[in-house]
Design a protein around this ligand. Sequence first.
Ligand code: ZN
Ligand code: ZN
Length: 138
Amino acid sequence: MSWVNYFKDHGIRITKGRISILNIIESSTKGLTAENIYYECKKKNENINLSTIYRTLELLEEKNILKKINIDGPAIFVLKKEGHMHTLRCDMCNKSVEIQCPMEEIEESIKTQAGFSLTEHKLELKGVCDQCKNDEKK
Ligand SMILES: [Zn+2]
Ligand SMILES: [Zn+2]
């Protein structure tokens, strides 16, 4: 995907720094902190100061391009993926509810802490919906 076109389509001002930061995040296999990005910019001889990087990351998060993940230590940034959904099914009435996958944070923290990339996960979530919970109380 071309970031320049994406920015144009979404009315985001195009700056060299913003594009470089996105390219760095895109080519990384794991989430990056602002400092990681600062270091990568330096390696490429691009002078972007740390506070600009912080501001850019915040803006890109606001624009729904990046996702900020808070795990132990400084926040890391990844490209926002089309998240998949998981289904919750109520034990009592069998009603099902879809929720956004809650595993993204966990995946990043596993990557950082254990150096291990998940390729698949299965979640089994059991519970009772609010309605049944309230009915039970009566
Ligand atoms: Zn229920
Ligand atoms: Zn999932």
